[in-house]
Write a new protein. Structure first.
Length: 255
């Protein structure tokens, strides 16, 4: 399982930070493309990338015979949430700036890949993803569906109107391993993107991988996704491991 020490070690090297900068500029690159962009030898780049993958700062996706590398900002978000409150603002300004830089993936990109490791079973995580009463706790909204392929699902706010914030169709549901669904705001239902969540049991934990693709270039949704998923996954991780979620931004304000 990835540790904070691995994240700090990975970020300590300027060459590895350059790799992350390259992915901020253009996410989803092959090793050859990264080497060309960074003017770095293939062996050296591969070694740096292996360290970043071990720290969970880079995730990979195969497209045919090509292996694409994606920035994964979730560990940055988790480190920030854990340490930010323990120091003065001026002492962590550099960490906040780095977090912002890594999470603000260009809006023109059409795919985001986020990975985290949660010390909980795949069954518990699956239940937390599809049970309305649980999603309300760590996400602030209720995910409502029967979760059968072809069924609708809705992301509902807890207000008097039961406002639907997001909606779509369930493409695939294979509990507790894989969930895929379309994803759109109600007013843009004709422009759906796609979310695929994969749960892979590891020793003592579960690897959670979220791929959000088919996003329209320069869309408002693409602008929100880069920040939204790291926050949700960090809150889910905290809720399942400690019983305390990190965010409840969907909750209606009380007087």
């Amino acid at each position: 399982m990835r540790t904070d020490d691995q994240v700090f070690k990975a970020l300590a090297d300027p060459s590895r930070r350059s790799v992350l900068d390259a992915l901020v500029a253009a996410n989803g690159q092959t090793l050859s493309a990264l080497c060309e962009r960074l003017a770095m030898k293939r062996q050296s780049a591969a070694q740096h990338i292996d360290i970043l993958i071990a720290a969970n700062l880079i995730s990979t996706v195969w497209r045919g015979r090509e292996k694409l590398h994606f920035l994964n900002p979730v560990p940055i978000h988790e480190v920030y949430d854990r340490w930010a409150q323990k120091f003065e603002r001026r002492q962590v300004a550099f960490l906040h700036d780095l977090k912002t830089q890594l999470e603000e993936t260009p809006m023109a990109k059409t795919k985001f890949v986020h990975v985290t490791y949660i010390a909980a079973s795949a069954e518990r995580i699956w239940a937390a993803l599809v049970t309305p009463d649980l999603t309300r706790v760590y996400w602030g909204y209720a995910n409502v569906s029967d979760w059968r392929p072809g069924s609708t699902w809705r992301h509902v706010r807890d207000d008097d109107q039961g406002t639907v914030m997001l909606e779509g169709l369930v493409i695939e549901a294979d509990p507790p391993r894989r969930l895929a669904m379309t994803w759109a705001e109600p007013e843009r239902a004709d422009e759906p993107s796609r979310v695929t969540i994969e749960l892979e049991p590891m020793e003592g934990s579960t690897r959670v991988k979220v791929v959000h693709d088919d996003l329209a270039e320069k869309s408002q949704m693409a602008a929100k996704i880069g920040e939204g998923w790291p926050r949700v996954l960090s809150s889910l991780k905290s809720y399942l491991e400690t019983g305390k979620p990190l965010i409840t931004w969907g909750q209606p304000k009380t007087a």
